[in-house]
Design a protein. Structure first.
Length: 32
């Protein structure tokens, strides 16, 4: 049970750092 919580935590942290990058990439692509 604890392992699944750790995996979810790491996924949440990775998502919080990756999602903003994807959003900025989409915005920069739309400006071209």
């Amino acid at each position: 049970m604890r392992k699944t919580l750790v995996i979810l935590g790491t996924l949440a942290m990775a998502g919080s750092t990756i999602l903003p990058n994807i959003a900025t990439n989409l915005n920069s692509n739309q400006k071209k």
